[in-house]
Design a protein around this ligand. Structure first.
Ligand code: ZN
Length: 163
């Protein structure tokens, strides 16, 4: 992971001013924070859509419920689940990114996160991914890729996005 973040360029000075080791520690802390204090945990009261994903490899489960407004935006998105810290933290980060977005915007975000998880440096540096950039290190651990993608997979099922 250190090599991945050593040559960042761009506008995100708060991140860039940190050394790779500091950044790695910051990202670890961010993942643990989302795991311990998940954002948007629970179920939408009257969901318009729902989806779920499982990862039999580590027993992770994520279920997502979504409320849509009259313009097709996700007015609310919440998740429930259990499993490893990466799976639950990533689902928490996903809800923050998806709220207020359209279905197409969610599809674009999902592709961007998929790129992040496979080591795309531009995605790792993309401010529009917010806290999810903390998952960039997962690219070094292909076995954990599915853990990090599950929240997005559940949301894609809920919105019937292409696999
Ligand atoms: Zn997992």
């Amino acid at each position: 992971m250190a090599d991945d973040v050593a040559d960042r360029t761009g506008a995100d000075a708060a991140v860039h001013e940190r050394s790779p080791a500091q950044l790695s520690a910051l990202y670890q802390e961010l993942i643990l924070d989302h795991y311990r204090r998940p954002r948007n945990k629970g179920a939408v009261a009257s969901p318009d859509r729902a989806g779920a994903a499982r990862n039999p490899l580590c027993g992770d489960e994520v279920s997502v419920t979504v409320a849509l407004d009259g313009e097709g935006r996700l007015s609310d998105v919440r998740f429930t689940g259990r499993g490893c810290s990466i799976s639950q933290a990533s689902a928490s980060m996903m809800t923050m990114l998806a709220r207020g977005k359209t279905r197409d915007e969610v599809g674009a975000l999902r592709r961007r996160v998929a790129a992040l998880l496979t080591g795309d440096r531009a995605a790792a540096n993309d401010e529009s991914l917010g806290d999810a950039r903390a998952l960039a290190g997962v690219a070094n651990y292909p076995a954990r890729h599915r853990c990090a993608a599950m929240g997005w997979q559940a949301l894609a099922e809920a919105l019937r996005l292409d696999p």
